[in-house]
Design a protein around this ligand. Structure first.
Ligand code: HPA
Length: 273
């Protein structure tokens, strides 16, 4: 058997031994947005360290566990802390948890992240619904022997971010009187923030926000037939766009400031999706 698939199955079986739960929706929480999982009706949590062969996240402020529970009546699995490529993992490990949640039964995936605003119309604290993405300098998570059990060798990516879900997000934002930006997310490797020249390049390419996650997970999920949507929290203007120097502290501060809006938005989305 393909080694990547074998590892995935080991992790899925390890989780299934600990919990008998079929999530409908999977949610990945971005930097600074992790508290959401503490507020749901929790059935059980599983630390990543408890799962055999599971890659472990090293970013400060990332909790590193799956939270299983209910948002309203909807059974969900939430990743509180994701795996980043810049931590040194292989891309297949970065997307392993996404695939795992899909294999537990989640048909829908909501991706969230903290991102730098590249579009001059944005400001810190805005939410951006991801309409499409661009990957820059990151390998595709699908490189290597194709896992036919999951999806086809050459998957179509013309609607990675489901139009149906985008409508749900838009309606949820309207219901909460929340301004919603819409745009293209560019994933770079990190861990350094971009240079001003890179940010200009991102803008020229058609990007509206930049970050270090999400697109790879969206690709893996889309490959295996999950319906995907994404929301970026614009925590700062990208490098060179303001006089501020970029720091993780600023990212965290902005995410904290809009945490309540974020929670309400996500809850509304999950219960109507
Ligand atoms: N660049 C990349 N990733 C980020 C940023 C940024 O400006 N802000 C939050 N995550």
């Amino acid at each position: 058997m393909n080694a990547v698939y074998e590892k995935l199955i080991t992790c899925v079986e390890s989780v299934k031994k600990k919990i008998d739960f079929k999530p409908e929706v999977a949610l990945i929480l971005g930097s600074g947005l992790g508290d959401y999982a503490d507020d749901i009706k929790i059935e059980q949590t599983i630390d990543y360290t408890e799962i055999k062969d599971f890659p472990i996240s090293t970013v400060k402020g990332h909790k590193g566990r799956f939270v299983f529970g209910y948002v309203g009546n909807v059974p969900v699995v939430i990743m509180q802390g994701r795996i980043h490529f810049y931590e040194g993992y292989k891309m297949s490990d970065v997307v392993l948890p996404t695939r795992l949640m899909g294999m537990l039964g989640a048909k829908k995936l909501i991706l969230t992240n903290a991102a730098g605003g590249v579009n001059f119309d944005y400001k810190p604290g805005d939410f951006m619904m991801i309409q499409d993405h661009i990957t820059m300098n990151i390998p595709s998570p699908l490189i290597g022997e194709n896992m036919d059990e999951l999806g086809v060798r050459f998957p179509d990516m013309s609607e990675v971010y489901s139009k149906r879900m985008q409508n749900v997000i838009q309606n949820a934002a309207e219901k909460q009187n929340l301004k919603l930006q819409k745009g293209v997310y560019i994933q770079l490797t990190g861990p350094c923030y971009e240079t001003p020249a890179e940010v200009r390049a991102c803008r020229t390419l058609g990007g509206d926000a930049v970050g270090m996650s999400t697109a790879c997970e969206a690709i893996a999920a889309s490959h295996m037939g999950m319906e995907v949507c994404g929301i970026s929290c614009i925590t700062n203007m990208a490098a060179g766009m303001s006089t501020e120097k970029l720091s993780h502290a600023e990212v965290q501060e902005t995410a904290d400031r809009v945490a309540d809006q974020f929670k309400n938005l996500i809850t509304e989305i999950i219960t109507t999706i």
